[in-house]
Design a protein around this ligand. Structure first.
Ligand code: NAP
Length: 292
């Protein structure tokens, strides 16, 4: 069994980006600038945003964080997005989800200029992705693709089962892995809460990807011997042995599943760091696309 080490893989990607930025700086060219909007005080969202800002620093990017109270109106947020769309110094920006219930997330997503949509959530980017056209691919699916690629995982002709069909993980990943690309060319099954006999389905997987959000959901009996398992799940669970009082748990029961796998990604240190690295790749690309 080998570990798909997202932390190390992400570190190499960020080092490559930092080199490219250093070269640009030496040539007197602009350096990438990522802006982030954070609404409220959700602990998970604050951790994700901090990781993204820290990665900007590691890559040599400029970054700007804009924070709002939970009570911010949709209008104020949409106006801010318009300002960021027009601000030539900002190459890309993200609005950290989830947003409070009184704000329409789709309205917010649609307001973002697709050329600055480095999260790749805008329908324009999702549609282009489906047609295999140049676009921003959302960070978690593209991070998983990059993790498979950089670890030289053969995907062509493999049976891939993805559990979870969200717009930000399972659905785009199912499209990417079924495309005529490398990584890609898989025969993909996209499972969800209505899937019948799930364990029977997952046991057909050469590559099993879990994006459910339920700690320990995937057990050893659901996994074929020699499978490649990617765990996307990140749920905060209580853990009194940790200073914070919690730890991140994946969707896979690692201890019992890992011995059956050819490769497995851990939580933490698997998909999470790759998501942030992909956001950095998208931000650099956003700047380069404008010919800056
Ligand atoms: P989501 O929107 O809540 O979707 C969960 C999916 O799981 C849904 O498609 C749901 O099916 C399916 N599901 C629920 N119960 C099921 C069951 N019993 N059997 C089969 N499928 C079931 O979740 P998400 O946003 O994709 O996130 C999934 C997990 O990944 C979460 O833990 C999240 O925190 C994590 N995540 C991590 C990263 C990262 O960078 N590491 C990024 C994004 C998300 P239905 O559609 O039928 O309801």
């Amino acid at each position: 069994m080998e570990i798909l080490n997202g932390k190390e893989t992400a570190k190499s990607i960020k080092e490559e980006i930092a080199q490219a930025v250093k070269k640009r700086k030496a040539e007197g060219k602009k350096i990438p600038h990522l802006a982030a909007i954070l609404v409220g005080m959700d602990g998970g969202s604050m951790t994700y945003i901090n990781n993204k800002l820290k990665s900007c620093e590691e890559c040599g990017f400029e970054s700007t964080l804009m924070r709002y109270d939970d009570s911010v109106t949709e209008e104020v947020l949409l106006n801010k997005i318009q300002t960021l769309n027009e601000d030539k110094s900002i190459d890309g920006f993200i609005v950290q989800l989830p947003l409070p219930p009184h704000i329409d997330e789709m309205k917010v997503t649609l307001a973002i200029d697709p050329m600055k949509d480095v999260d790749g959530f805008h329908p324009m980017n999702l549609g282009k992705m489906a047609l295999n056209l140049p676009c921003f691919i959302s960070a978690t699916p593209s991070g998983i693709i990059e993790l498979l690629k950089r670890n030289k995982i053969e995907t062509a002709g493999k049976n891939c089962v993805i559990i979870g069909r969200s717009n930000i993980v399972g659905m785009p990943l199912s499209i990417l892995l079924s495309q005529n690309a490398d990584p890609g060319n898989c025969t993909v099954t996209l499972a969800h809460s209505q899937t019948q006999n799930l364990a029977e389905v997952t046991r057909t997987a050469d590559i099993l990807i879990a994006a459910v959000g339920q700690p320990g959901f995937v057990t050893a009996d659901m996994v074929k011997e020699g499978a490649i398992v990617v765990d996307v799940g990140t749920t905060r669970v209580e853990d009194s042995s940790k200073t914070a009082g919690w730890r991140l748990a994946g969707d896979v029961k690692f201890d019992e599943v890992a011995p059956k796998c050819a490769y497995i990604s851990p939580v933490p240190g698997g998909v999470g760091p790759m998501t942030v690295a992909s956001l950095m790749i998208n931000t650099l690309k956003a700047m380069e696309l404008k010919g800056k």
